[in-house]
Write a protein that binds this ligand. Sequence first.
Ligand code: HEM
Ligand SMILES: *[C@@H]1O[C@H](CO)[C@@H](O)[C@H](O)[C@H]1NC(C)=O
Ligand SMILES: *[C@@H]1O[C@H](CO)[C@@H](O)[C@H](O)[C@H]1NC(C)=O
Ligand SMILES: *[C@@H]1O[C@H](CO)[C@@H](O)[C@H](O)[C@H]1NC(C)=O
Ligand SMILES: *[C@@H]1O[C@H](CO)[C@@H](O)[C@H](O)[C@H]1NC(C)=O
Ligand SMILES: *[C@@H]1O[C@H](CO)[C@@H](O)[C@H](O)[C@H]1NC(C)=O
Ligand SMILES: *[C@@H]1O[C@H](CO)[C@@H](O)[C@H](O)[C@H]1NC(C)=O
Ligand SMILES: *[C@@H]1O[C@H](CO)[C@@H](O)[C@H](O)[C@H]1NC(C)=O
Ligand SMILES: *[C@@H]1O[C@H](CO)[C@@H](O)[C@H](O)[C@H]1NC(C)=O
Length: 317
Amino acid sequence: MRFTSAILAAAAAGSALAQRPSNTSICDYYTTALLKENNATNQYTLLTLVVNTAVIGNYTQPNVGVSVPGILNPNGTYNGTKVNLVPYFNGGLASTNDNGKAVARNFLDGGGAAPLMKNMPADDMKSNQYFLMTHLYEFFGSLLGCSQYGMKGFPEYSGDASMYKVHKYMVLDPYQMGYFIEQVALSAASFGVAESDIMAVGQALGSLFNYRCEPEKTVIKAQGPQWQSICTDQSCPLADNATCSAYEMVPQPAVANATLAMGEGRNASMSGSATPTMSGSMTGTASPSASASFNAAAIVAPGLTGVAAAIVAAFAL
Ligand code: HEM
Ligand SMILES: *[C@@H]1O[C@H](CO)[C@@H](O)[C@H](O)[C@H]1NC(C)=O
Ligand SMILES: *[C@@H]1O[C@H](CO)[C@@H](O)[C@H](O)[C@H]1NC(C)=O
Ligand SMILES: *[C@@H]1O[C@H](CO)[C@@H](O)[C@H](O)[C@H]1NC(C)=O
Ligand SMILES: *[C@@H]1O[C@H](CO)[C@@H](O)[C@H](O)[C@H]1NC(C)=O
Ligand SMILES: *[C@@H]1O[C@H](CO)[C@@H](O)[C@H](O)[C@H]1NC(C)=O
Ligand SMILES: *[C@@H]1O[C@H](CO)[C@@H](O)[C@H](O)[C@H]1NC(C)=O
Ligand SMILES: *[C@@H]1O[C@H](CO)[C@@H](O)[C@H](O)[C@H]1NC(C)=O
Ligand SMILES: *[C@@H]1O[C@H](CO)[C@@H](O)[C@H](O)[C@H]1NC(C)=O
């Protein structure tokens, strides 16, 4: 791993452990802590490390004892419910929004996990994977306040402005959302990001994307207010000032080329049906409204409080 010595040196120096000053963004602070020089290249590298790790699970050395299963892990669980997001990424489901039509598209066409483990977005710069991964680096770079965002070495976000439109035909539910956000949180934790910072990011992701019928909100400054709900299944909690007329009710994505095992994929609320018809998962009893408000604390897995201690233990040797 190319960044091993930089991360090791920074962590050993304890710089990642000090309290982040309020006038320094999360991006800038951890770029300095982990990669020393706070420039555009290193900020982009930080985002690459965190996003790649969230997507495929922890792969860098050394690790601080935080295991990240990864968004592409077919055996995910969130709050005891099975979650498998793979069919949304590999073309297994007709869940991509192609100009208002639900189509199946493979987003792992740039070499899959292998280039990600080399801290790259994809092997092939024309692949769907390349666009998805680089868009995620850019998007999260803006969200985390990178000071070099949009400057030479850190391209500004060039993907779709509305997160609702992008994710519309996925009809994602709170468990799928919770799993995704938890992987981002675990990835950050695996690099020694402080719990308070992880909580802040989790809270932002929750309030921006994890409610249905959200009024327009600005996420990327240059793109202005946009419809942003990513959680659009009927079981998602309703936003404050809900604007449901802006959100079309669409059915669960059709299976295009996937063999969904028990508990994989789901087929909950079809057009407002209140009774979820879960395909084999153990959640039949979960009352959607019971989990109505997103709890930022839920994104922090048990034991994460010990992250700082784990870093000290790992690097004091
Ligand atoms: C807080 C939660 C999430 C955020 C902030 C987020 C953000 C994004 C962004 C910025 C893109 C790139 C859009 C573009 O290139 O135009 C994207 C694409 C995508 N996301 Fe999410 N996402 C979230 C949750 C999820 C979840 C839970 C899934 C579950 C399967 C998912 C699946 C995808 C897929 C398949 C794409 C590619 C879609 C396309 O390019 O057409 N996302 N997401
Ligand atoms: C943040 O504030 C401290 C003093 O409170 C100052 O030394 C530092 O330069 C400031 N950093 C930024 C990025 O403005
Ligand atoms: C940022 O700093 C690194 C060294 O840490 C250097 O290799 C890289 O060229 C610098 N990038 C810019 C844009 O100055
Ligand atoms: C991921 O992290 C866990 C916990 O530190 C560790 O046991 C595991 O070996 C790591 N996996 C990889 C592929 O590095
Ligand atoms: C997921 O579980 C299956 C069945 O137990 C196993 O064969 C597979 O290796 C697991 N995959 C991962 C990435 O853990
Ligand atoms: C809801 O709308 C009212 C009136 O426009 C506004 O005062 C309030 O701040 C909004 N609440 C949220 C959470 O956006
Ligand atoms: C959901 O149900 C529809 C209609 O029965 C079906 O076409 C589709 O393949 C199902 N999707 C999943 C993910 O099970
Ligand atoms: C379906 O998936 C299999 C295995 O991933 C692949 O070999 C095949 O080409 C796919 N078929 C279509 C029509 O996409
Ligand atoms: C997951 O569990 C947490 C903590 O009990 C709870 O606050 C949250 O609402 C649950 N999320 C879902 C989707 O069930």
